[in-house]
Design a protein around this ligand. Structure first.
Ligand code: ATP
Ligand code: MG
Length: 334
């Protein structure tokens, strides 16, 4: 379109196993986009921990802080140490999980919604203790954290051309914590009069997601409910190799496939690169490059729909890099 883009500073953490393979594939695709990136490669994960005794070195945290976004492949057993620590250090309060059926529509038809999960409080606030009778966990809802997650959800809807945001809660039972969640949600909704808003109870939502998933566009919810509904969403569209995610804060975004390092297929060059490529689509949206994001997504979807140059989990026989090369070829023509 003739306008000049910025050069974005990106930290790349390939990690372990197929993390490294799908990262190489996704970077190959990004190189065919119209955007310039300045990559800093950084260490984290099992392999690095074996050599040094540390799974997530301070240099990596500093690199992510200094860059505009981070692409994260996958790490093995150190996942909890690495990604949980990154979320804390960088205050990545949003967990974003698109639920999109690619390729031939699955059992649930064409599905396309996004779950925006609050990632810092709720029932996962970290306040859990034993009592004489058993144990107690504290469920925290602050107005400020609720406001920022609801703002994010409406902003994201606006930026990505979505038209509705649904709050999911259990305010009939959790009258105070989710009462506040619902109240702040509708206060936020007033600022976005071009975006529709509604709300459902979480139990009803668990059913609606499989009976009428097409009714959802953007879902915003608290930590535990988001955790559970995200995995339900993954089940609805199937295939770990297709699911991206984002961890976003006010200053940083970390974009990663939902799958792990998959030691069973690592080193064979057969991992499906789609989840990592779709993670770069989320990164492009985050960087304010929605047109380029749509192009990368389109090139990938065409490749999957044709079904010729795809990996074995998608019914093909191509390698990770062959599939990425096909996506890059299509992208360079868009
Ligand atoms: P980790 O401990 O790193 O999470 P894991 O053994 O749990 O490793 P996952 O990466 O979570 O492995 O994957 C679970 C299963 O899905 C494995 O059988 C793996 O081969 C398969 N799988 C995961 N990602 C992909 C992918 N990108 N392409 C093809 N198959 C995949
Ligand atoms: Mg796993």
């Amino acid at each position: 379109n003739g306008c000049t883009h910025n050069t974005y500073k990106i930290t790349v953490i390939p990690g372990d196993g197929i993390g490294k393979e799908v990262m190489e594939a996704a970077l190959h695709v990004l190189n065919a986009s119209g955007i310039e990136f300045d990559y800093t490669f950084a260490d984290a994960g099992d392999e690095y921990a074996e050599k040094t005794g540390v799974a997530l070195p301070q240099e990596t945290i500093d690199a992510v802080k200094k860059s505009q976004a981070c692409l994260f492949g996958a790490v093995g057993e150190s996942a909890a140490d690495v990604i949980v620590k990154l979320r804390k250090e960088l205050d990545l309060y949003v967990n974003l999980r698109p639920v999109h059926s690619y390729g031939k529509a699955g059992k649930f038809g064409d599905v396309d919604f996004v779950i925006v999960r609050e990632n810092t409080e709720g029932l996962y606030s970290g306040h859990e203790e034993y009592t004489d009778e058993g144990a107690t966990a504290l469920r925290i809802t602050t107005r400020s954290a609720t406001r920022r997650i609801c703002d994010f959800a409406f902003d994201y809807a606006k930026k990505t051309g979505r038209s509705k945001v649904t709050a999911v809660h259990k305010a009939n039972v959790l009258k105070k914590t989710d009462g506040i969640f619902k109240e702040v949600f509708y206060q936020t909704a007033e600022k976005y009069d071009d975006i529709e808003s509604n709300d459902f109870y979480v139990d009803a939502t668990a059913m609606y997601l499989v009976t009428r998933p097409q009714d959802f566009d953007v879902i915003v919810t608290s930590n535990l409910f988001g955790d559970i509904l995200s995995d339900e969403g993954a089940g609805i569209v199937g295939g770990l190799g297709l699911l991206p995610s984002a961890n976003i804060g006010d200053k940083n975004g970390v974009f990663e496939p939902v799958h792990g390092s998959a030691p069973d297929i690592a080193g064979k060059g057969i991992a499906n690169p789609s989840a990592m490529i779709l993670s770069t689509v989320l990164m492009l949206e985050y960087l304010g490059e929605p047109d380029e994001a749509r192009k990368v997504e389109k090139a990938l979807v065409e490749t999957i729909d044709e079904g010729k140059i795809v990996t074995s989990d998608l019914g093909g026989s191509s390698s990770t890099m062959e599939m990425a090369e096909e996506v890059a070829r299509k992208l360079s023509k868009l």
